[in-house]
Write a protein that binds this ligand. Sequence first.
Ligand code: HEC
Ligand code: HEC
Length: 335
Amino acid sequence: MLNLHKDHKNLVLLAFTVFVVLSIGVAILPAYQMEEYEPIPGMKDLTEQEKRGLSLYVAEGCVACHTQQVRNIEMDKTWGERPSLASDYYYSKKRMDVWRQSPSLLGSERTGPDLTDIGNRQPSEDWHLLHLYNPRLVVEASVMPQYSWMFHKTDTSYVEVDDVTLPRSITKMEGSDVIVASQDALDLVVYLKSLQQFSFEDYDPPMDFIPALPKEENVTTGKTPQKSKGAGLYQSNCAACHQVTGRGVKGAFPPLAGSLIVNDNNPEMLIKIILMGYDAREEYGVMPALGDNLTDEEIKAITDHERSSWGNNAPEVSLEMITRLRDSVTNAKIQ
Ligand code: HEC
Ligand code: HEC
């Protein structure tokens, strides 16, 4: 029996063993595994300037808001042609210098977009410089911080031939002032432009994204096909105004979550609103008639979806009622 309270030798030995086992498990074995990776043939190495840009990317903490990994799921398709491979990160096998291991920039937080392929998506140096100087100049509602310390203001007459300046009209400079990009800003932008997903066609197995499960088979939602059809129809016909969350927009579109009309045991009013439109209250806008855009079956799918979502709980709507109401509405119009 180990007596760790009295026998300190055992205590130290145990701690040491745990330390060794953990080191092997979390550091040494993964490092060996990394050794097996090879660069994709034709992939370029980082140039000196790109490396300096990479250091700045690390130093400025861009990784806090940006990932560089395209996951193998449908929603990541926006960020690259294919999912990322271990070989894409081959550069990270090389140390930055004697003291520093090259950093992993995969990231785990996407406050901003993934940057795996930003060099292809946004190849303009001017755009990147303006965006770093003040993101709001090029992306109106951006929440990205500005990196204006990578630039300085000077008089046009002091600008050297090699200096890269920002367009005065956009930076709204007064008099003869102009904003000049520092070497740091230029290096960082060169690095950003180098971020291009390396494409290759004859990869085996082919690098396809795993498609999302079709809605009907999506077991996690536990919804029947009829209901998920309703969700899709709601999304394309109603959500622009009433929102996917059913909460509406204050002062414009009423919430459907908790709505008395939606939850009424008798769905007559609800169906009529969809068929004929609705403009009952001052504080909201006008809802257009949607009867001509939707079949009776579609209206049933939508109303069933609304009556069973967002905490709503009302019985299903009968198709006969929808058909009957549509007829009476059409007759009323003719008269
Ligand atoms: C606080 C979070 C945050 C930090 C830190 C941050 N960004 Fe961003 N970034 C964003 C957001 C949000 C956007 C999307 C809005 C926009 O384009 O400005 C964005 C957009 C971008 C884009 C354009 C992406 C595209 O697809 O159009 C680039 C390039 C970029 N950031 C680079 C950087 C660099 C380089 C750094 C570090 C110097 C950095 N970001 C630091 C939040 C951040
Ligand atoms: C173009 C915007 C718009 C679209 C699209 C739209 N609505 Fe509306 N909806 C409104 C507005 C505005 C009102 C409030 C009218 C008023 O009260 O004056 C409203 C009211 C309603 C109400 C009454 C809610 C209550 O409690 O007062 C229901 C139910 C409703 N909409 C269902 C739907 C359904 C179902 C769809 C899709 C088939 C849909 N709406 C599409 C704008 C829209």
